[in-house]
Design a protein around this ligand. Structure first.
Ligand code: PRP
Length: 205
C-alpha cells in the first residue's frame, strides 16, 4: 500500500496517527522523497499536491481540508483527523480594516484562488485575486494587495505583520484521503486502516 504525506506542518501528526494505527512509516534520512517500509511505501509531497497524488493513483493520503477544497480533487474522504486544526480567513491591515461588502475592487493575495473567488462571489463583491505561493502576509504589508485569504492558526503571523482577521471563511482540519479505485481493489486493507484510525481518534477524544 502506498501513502502520500505532506512535508509541512501536518507531517509529524500524520506519521503519528498512522503509527498509532499500527502503520510504522519511517521518514527518509536524506533528501529522498520515496521510502519503502516493508509492505508500505511512503511518498513525501507538497501539501497542495497530496490530494492530486491520491486522485491519480496513490492509495492513501493525509491533507488539510483547505487544500482538498481548493484542489477540488476527486478523492474519498472517509475520516476527519484530530490535528491540523486551523482556519482559512480573510485578513487585512489593521489601520484600514473594512467589512467584506466594502471590498469591491480590492486586490486579494492568496494561495487559495478558488476558495477566495468563491467566497467573494457568494457575497456579490467583485475583487481581483492574485495567487502567491507563500509568505502571503507580505503582500498587503508592502502594498501589492489590499487583503489576504490565508491560514490562521495561532494568529501570530497576522499580528506580527499588523493584520487583523476580517472574517473566517472555513474551519480547517487534517483529512484522511483514499483513492477511489484503491477503495475497491484494496477494500479489506483500506477498510481495516480506516477502522483502526477511527479507534485511535475515539480513544483520544
Ligand atoms: C502558514 C500560513 C500563515 C501562518 C499562520 O504559513 O500561511 O502564514 O502559517 O500560522 P499562525 O497563525 O500560527 O501564525 P506557513 O508557515 O505554512 O508558510 P508559508 O507562509 O510559506 O505558507
Amino acid at each position: 500500500m502506498r501513502f502520500v504525506l505532506p512535508k509541512g506542518r501536518l507531517f509529524k501528526g500524520s506519521l503519528e496517527i498512522l503509527r498509532k494505527a499500527g502503520i510504522e512509516l519511517k521518514p527518509p534520512e536524506n533528501r529522498e522523497l520515496m521510502v519503502k517500509n516493508g509492505r508500505y511505501e511512503l511518498l513525501l509531497a507538497r501539501a497542495f499536491d497530496v490530494p492530486v497524488y491520491v486522485e491519480y493513483g496513490i492509495d492513501v493520503g493525509i491533507a488539510g481540508s483547505d487544500v482538498v477544497e481548493e484542489r477540488k480533487s476527486d478523492v474519498l474522504v472517509p475520516l476527519e483527523l484530530p490535528f491540523g486544526k486551523c482556519r482559512l480567513s480573510l485578513a487585512m491591515p489593521k489601520e484600514n480594516a473594512v467589512s467584506v461588502e466594502e471590498m469591491d475592487g480590492f486586490r486579494i493575495a492568496t494561495k487559495y484562488p478558488n476558495l477566495a473567488k468563491k467566497f467573494f462571489e457568494k457575497r456579490g463583491v467583485e475583487v481581483e485575486v492574485i495567487k502567491l505561493h507563500g509568505s502571503i502576509e507580505l503582500a498587503p504589508k508592502i502594498g501589492i494587495a489590499d487583503a489576504i485569504v490565508d491560514i490562521v492558526e495561532t494568529g501570530n503571523t497576522l499580528r506580527a505583520n499588523g493584520l487583523v482577521e476580517v472574517e473566517k471563511i472555513m474551519d480547517v482540519s487534517a483529512l484522511l484521503l483514499v483513492n477511489r479505485i484503491s477503495q475497491k481493489t484494496k477494500f479489506k486493507e483500506i477498510n481495516e486502516l480506516v477502522l483502526k484510525i477511527k479507534e485511535v481518534v475515539k480513544d483520544e477524544s
